[in-house]
Design a protein around this ligand. Structure first.
Ligand code: PGA
Length: 251
């Protein structure tokens, strides 16, 4: 039985007081949501302040990215040990905005996953196809390439710390959500790929979140699919009523 996992990806939004306020509101209501894992991923500059609000709560802190080296002359980058130092348990890696706007490759994402696992950070690995790739019937091939490229050299036992997020790029921030059937089809494909690469036990245990325009109104149908184990929520995680509404649907 996989425990549902809802994570809020705040992206490059909010200011310091807005971030702290939103975190405090989520913590205040979090005890109502039993039996699910909850994480929020604020911008890196607010991790410490938001982490302070999350102390002694069931809400975990996550980062949106990291570099694969642990320290040194890498101006502007943030390392896994630094994320651990400020209390992060999770790190989103390979988000489509990083792949497509910032040019991140599977090979770089693979090094980041390896570096995250080395310091006991739990990666949330994002995969997903562009609209033209879906229309060309390439969805399965695209996510398979992203998945295998990003997980190169990662062992079955390490996979117990990895969450996968299926995020069709055409659904992110567009209001155009995948149908529950579309999501389920790709989630089942991803689980089969994990089974083929590793084993049935690893595939049965790995959590696969859906991401892309998740809202309270569509969360229940998506989360009711057998291979959808949670959600990675962007826009709706910035609005307290919407985020609490999604948590309620997952509970
Ligand atoms: P969205 O973003 O919920 O705003 O579509 C999801 C994500 O990018 O993680």
């Amino acid at each position: 039985m996989r425990k549902p996992f809802i994570a809020g990806n705040w992206k490059m939004n909010l200011d310091s007081s807005g971030a702290v306020q939103l975190a405090a509101e989520i913590v205040k209501h979090s005890s109502a949501f039993q039996g699910i894992d909850i994480a929020i991923c604020p911008p890196a500059v607010y991790l410490l302040a938001v982490g302070g609000e999350l102390e002694n709560s069931a809400v975990a802190l996550g980062a949106q990215n990291m570099y694969f080296e642990s320290s040194g002359a890498f101006t502007g980058e943030i390392s896994g040990p630094m994320l651990r130092d400020v209390g992060c348990r999770y790190v989103i890696l390979g988000h489509s905005e990083r792949r497509h706007i910032l040019g991140e490759t599977d090979a770089e994402i693979n090094r980041k996953i390896d570096a995250a696992l080395a310091v006991d950070l739990n990666p949330i690995l994002c995969v997903g196809e562009l609209l033209e790739e879906r229309e060309a019937g390439e969805t399965e091939a695209v996510v398979e390439k992203q998945l295998s490229g990003s997980l190169q050299g990662i062992s079955a036992s390490q996979m117990s710390s990895v969450t996968i997020a299926y995020e069709p790029v055409w659904a992110i921030g567009t209001g155009k959500v995948a149908t529950p059937e579309q999501a389920q089809e790709v989630h089942a494909d991803l689980r089969r790929m994990i089974r083929d690469c590793y084993n049935a036990e690893t595939a049965d245990a790995v959590r696969i979140q859906y991401g892309g325009s998740v809202k309270p109104s569509n969360a229940a149908n998506l989360l009711s699919q057998p291979d959808v184990d949670g959600a990675l929520v962007g826009g709706a995680s910035l609005n307290i009523e919407d985020f609490l509404g999604i948590l309620a649907e997952a509970t």
